[in-house]
Design a protein around this ligand. Structure first.
Ligand code: KG4
Ligand code: ZN
Length: 351
């Protein structure tokens, strides 16, 4: 549990977290990349407002996220998503702005210009309503998406797969986590996006590649699995192998679906094999998947297959896999490794 000072007038600390003794309503804002999102979550698990403004259409014109354009879109959307979240909270739970226990915002990692928009909005709300401010790490927030609408409690093993990160994390308690393995080069989401571009799929590549893969033959091509540390990953060699494969075909005859399926098979089997090893090492019986790539159909399927071996598997619903603010609110509530100071600055990379 955290004891956090109000920001302006009151010296009385506010209790936030699992043992606070009263209901906590945390409003959170997420703007680290290309989604402007605002949510209100009760006691870290119950989502009473959830609004996401996606910038996919804008960035599709450029084939990727342009930071300056993304930051400007956040500026256009931020007030709208906040107003809509307050409206939903009033309609769904009779909660007014004055009832909010604390305001939270993503501090990093992410695009600095984008982070600043959401973070400054969350700090301003905290100052206006004289409530505490909590800064949240985006990666921890992705893990906490698994607490939403569930009764999940640590300890558990986590597979965090996003556009920027690929990690196996030993979650010992709500605030104590150890990274036991990670990628030494590309993140899974990055590999998906790069391979999608290689075979001519439009942005956003990951979900499109996933869709194509479902119609292809996963055994059509045997692609290489990198030999790295027991729990580490490497996807750059795989990316090069796909490039070579693509070049071996005439453009008109490229077996896109089979290449997608074979790539997806290689990635998903590598990820889940190492997660299983980590489970066996720790003896944990619970495992979660988190991050944007947790939306991937084959990775989800293989993770849920672990249930046949007696493990309890958690995966957030799709809307909480990709960037959203409900996970940020949950993290502000559960994870005590947050930045409880209105002066906290944004950061672009993991420190
Ligand atoms: O977590 P996220 O929304 O943003 C980061 O924090 O990075 O993850 C975005 C990544 C992108 O690389 C996107 O292509 C990938 O998640 N992604 C997928 C799928 N849905 C999103 N990759 C594979 N299959 C999907 N269904
Ligand atoms: Zn993310």
């Amino acid at each position: 549990m955290k004891m956090i000072k109000n920001t302006l007038f009151s010296e009385t600390p506010v209790k936030i977290g699992t043992e606070s003794g009263s209901d906590n309503y945390i409003m959170a804002i997420e703007s680290s990349c290309d989604e402007t999102a605002c949510s209100i979550v009760k006691n870290g698990r119950e989502v009473i407002a959830n609004v996401v403004a996606s910038q996919i259409k804008t960035h599709a014109q450029f084939g990727g996220v342009i930071p300056e354009i993304a930051a400007r879109e956040h500026m256009d959307s931020i007030n709208i998503v906040i107003e809509e979240a307050f409206k939903q909270a009033k309609e769904n739970a009779g909660i007014e702005p004055k009832d909010i226990t604390a305001f939270a915002g993503t501090v990093g990692p992410g695009l600095v210009g984008c982070l600043l928009v959401g973070l400054n909005a969350a700090k301003t709300l905290a100052l206006c309503y004289d409530k505490p401010f909590i800064g949240v790490n985006h990666l921890n927030a992705h893990l906490c998406a698994n607490y939403l609408d569930t009764d999940l409690k640590p300890p558990f093993m986590a597979l965090l797969v996003s556009g920027g990160h690929t990690q196996i994390i030993d979650v010992k308690s709500y605030s104590e986590q150890t990274i036991i393995g990670e990628t030494i080069d590309d993140a899974v989401g990055e590999a998906y996006d790069k391979v999608a571009r290689l075979i001519g799929l439009p942005y956003p590549g990951g979900p499109k590649l996933d869709k194509m893969a479902q119609e292809g033959n996963p055994k059509a091509f045997i692609l290489p699995k990198a030999k790295v540390g027991e729990f580490d990953f490497s996807f750059s060699g795989l990316k090069t192998a796909v490039l070579r494969l693509v070049k071996s075909f005439d453009e008109q005859e490229l077996p896109v679906k089979d290449i997608c399926a074979s790539f997806q098979e290689c990635v998903s089997s590598t990820l889940v094999k190492k997660v299983k090893k980590a489970l066996e090492m720790t003896g944990y019986k619970q495992v979660v998947i988190a991050g944007g790539v947790a939306a991937n159909s084959e990775i989800r399927k293989k993770m849920f297959d672990l249930e046949k071996d007696g493990y309890k598997v958690f995966a957030p619903p799709m809307k909480y896999c990709t960037d959203n603010a409900a996970m940020v609110a949950s993290c502000a509530y559960f994870n005590t490794n947050t930045f409880d100071d209105v002066n906290v600055e944004v950061f672009s990379r993991v420190k």
